[in-house]
Structure formats: C-alpha cells, structure tokens
Design a protein around this ligand. Structure first.
Ligand SMILES: [Fe+2]
Length: 396
C-alpha cells in the first residue's frame, strides 16, 4: 500500500561536507580559509587522550594556525557557554572547530553562535521567557564528529541543558547555525568503545525511524531515511562487535548518522526525542542512552496505538518497511513485519544492556512532571498521557 503525497518539503542548507577515511587531513586547509585564530573544542574521550589530538594540533600550528583549546565533558549548560564567552571576549576567533561527540559539537556550535552576541545564551534558547531572536551572526563553525549518533554536524540547533528541578533541555536554533563545514572521517570512530557505539548508534536509528514516521515527512526525507536505515542495518552489529576496527563499517554508521541529521532537520522527531528533552532536563542521562532505552517500547506503543485507531495513513506500512530493511527475515505481511521490528529492538536492548531510567534517578513520582513537559508533535501518532506513562513505566 502506498499513499499518494505531494512532494512538498522544506530543507536547510547543508554544510560543505567532506566525508571519507582520512578527510581529517583537510581540516587545516578548510579552517585556514576563515583565518588563523581557532577555538578548538574537544571532549574528554579516548580520542582526545590519544596522540591523535596532540599530533593534529601540532600540525595545525605548523601550518600557521593559532589554536586555543577547550575541553568539555558534558552536554553544554548555559553557564558553561556564558563562562567561555565572557573569558573569550577579547579574543577574536576566526573559526570554531569542534571534534567530538554530540555534546562537543553542540558546545562548539553554541559557542560559534554566541561569540558575537552580547546577551546570555539563555535569552536565545527556545521556550525560555523573554526569548530574543538571534540575528544569525556567528563565527564560522567546523564540525568533526567522532561518534555516529546525533547528526549535529548537519543540523541548525545546539542542545543546551540545565539539569535538575525546574531544569530543561532545549535548543539554540537558527538556520545560520548549520555548520559551515562538516568533516566526517570514519577513521576517527574506530576507537569508540562498544557501549558508546551502541548507544550513539541507537540515537541515529531513533532519528531515522522518527523522521521516517513523522507526519511532516516527505518523499525527500523518506529517501534519506531509507538509505540511512540500509547503512545502519549493514553496519550496526558489526560496529558494536568484531567490525569495530573496520573503517568501512564505521563509514556505514557515520553515513547513517549523517542521513538522520539531514532527515530530522526537515521532518522533525517523535516521542523518544520528546522524552529526551523532558527527562534530560530532569536527570543527567546521556542522550544516546535515553534513546536506546526508550526506542523499543516507544515503537511498540506507537504500533499498538496505530492499530487500535485503525491507521488510515501509511504509518504501519512504513514501520513494516523499516522492519524489512533492518531484519532480513521480516516478510511481506505488514503486521508480522511490525512485530519483528519491536522484537529486534528488544533483542538489541537486552544484548547491549541499555540501562533503565531508574539507573539515572528517574522515579515513578517524576512521571507527571515528565509527561506534562513532553512534546512530540512530529510523532507518528498523537500519544495520550496513558501511552506516555506506559512507555515510562516499562523502562523505569
Ligand atoms: Fe537524537
């Protein structure tokens, strides 16, 4: 079954993308096009502790770049961004480069967005009282992902979070914040540990599924999602196991994450990312882990509600299509394929031991607050409070 749709869609500009093994060697020439003063943002992960980073910085300096280094160890908070901006006021950076996972890229993106502004970053964060419209002026930004997850290398938003009572996890967003350059080099990903590969990979898969099922999807985003799902399908289990050191496997995962970022920017995301915002503002939980722990149950609930309401759209057919890409044994029957999809997601959940929400301090007494602040207008189907509670209860 297929539903005739007009191919209407909107898209953001894409960065200048350099994708492939060894492309990190292009960083110096790409950055120097903007000038010589670089703010280099990195994470405290395996890559930054290795000789790679010191070698990279030495190479940049040899070629005339002046690098100011900043290490970040968590998702950026308003205080972190404001603190770096105030201490950098007198330095006129020509370019910001972020090399790391989603949090590092978001920190770099937010810093590039705020270096030319006078107000606190909080004035520009979506949903905050007294929101100011950002004028789009920023310092040029180069994103270099070392994980395959968020797709932040091609999106226009940086996620900023303040965790705790009254906390939030929201976006600083403007079309101008799309990175100017994205250097996606799978060789930078071969040392990512299996646990991180699995959880960040599940973020990419969640984004592909949620964008594919979004009511705002289009033939354009569908095509992007389907090729992303194919790459994910052939790479994910290998990347988490014996193929971790295989650059072609890592390239498949990087491509899947890239496609997920392109698709979500146009189609939006669903209930798992709705929870990522509400739960992520309440407790300190890595974004990929949150996606990984909620994806199976959220998919089951979406399919259950679509069936209960006599799905008149093509949503169940799309879930079945995704199942047939991810599971070679999913057959032509849509209902059976949907069941296989939830089964596969549960198998991964068990195999990789994705921790439950309670591990991070979420309690049943938090559910009312979480549900009240969860938004998911791009979910496959509108979910009521009972459905959201059911998902949370199954994973607390
Ligand atoms: Fe995500």
């Amino acid at each position: 079954m297929s539903i005739e749709r007009r191919p209407d869609f909107s898209s953001l500009p894409l960065p200048h993308i350099r994708f492939g093994a060894g492309r990190i060697s292009h960083l110096s020439s790409m950055a120097s096009a903007y000038g010589t003063k670089m703010l280099l943002v990195t994470g405290r992960n395996t890559l930054s502790r290795s000789d790679f980073l010191s070698g990279l910085i030495a190479g940049l300096q040899e070629e005339g770049m002046h690098c100011t280094c900043l290490e970040v160890d968590r998702e950026p908070s308003p205080e972190m961004i404001d603190g770096v901006i105030s201490s950098s006021r007198k330095q006129l950076f020509d370019v910001v480069v972020a090399i790391g996972g989603g949090s590092v890229m978001d920190a770099g993106k937010a810093l590039s967005a705020m270096l030319l502004q006078q107000h606190s970053v909080e004035r520009f964060i979506e949903g905050q009282p007294g929101l100011l419209l950002h004028d789009g002026r920023k310092v040029p930004f180069i994103a270099v992902p070392t994980t395959s997850g968020t797709g932040s290398e091609v999106t226009s938003n940086a996620v900023i979070s303040r965790v705790g009572h009254g906390g939030y996890k929201r976006s600083l967003r403007h079309p101008a914040f799309v990175p100017d350059v994205a250097i996606i080099d799978p060789e930078l990903m071969v040392t990512l540990p299996p646990e991180m590969t699995a959880s960040t990979g599940m973020d990419a898969l969640t984004q592909l599924l949620e964008a594919y099922l979004s009511p705002f999807s289009s033939p354009y985003t569908d095509a992007v999602c389907l090729i992303g799902l194919e790459q994910f399908s052939t790479s994910f289990e290998k990347a988490c196991g014996a193929g971790a050191g295989d650059v072609s496997v890592r390239a498949g995962m990087a491509y899947a994450a890239l496609m997920s970022g392109i698709a979500l920017a146009s189609a939006g995301l669903g209930i798992v990312h709705g929870f990522a915002s509400s739960v992520g503002g309440l407790v300190d939980i890595p974004h990929g882990t949150l996606c990984a722990t909620l994806l199976a149950e959220s998919t089951r609930e979406n399919i259950c509600q679509l069936r209960a309401r006599g799905d008149a759209s093509s949503a169940l057919h799309k879930f079945a299509n995704a199942a047939r890409i991810l599971d070679a044994h999913a057959g032509a029957d849509d209902a059976e394929a949907c069941d296989r999809l939830t089964g596969l997601l549960e198998t991964w959940q068990e195999r990789f031991g994705f921790p439950r929400l309670g591990t991070f301090g979420v309690r049943e007494s938090d559910f009312d607050t979480i549900i009240a602040t969860t938004r998911s207008k791009s979910n496959a189907i509108a979910l009521n409070e009972k459905s959201m509670r059911s998902i949370l209860e199954s994973r607390v």
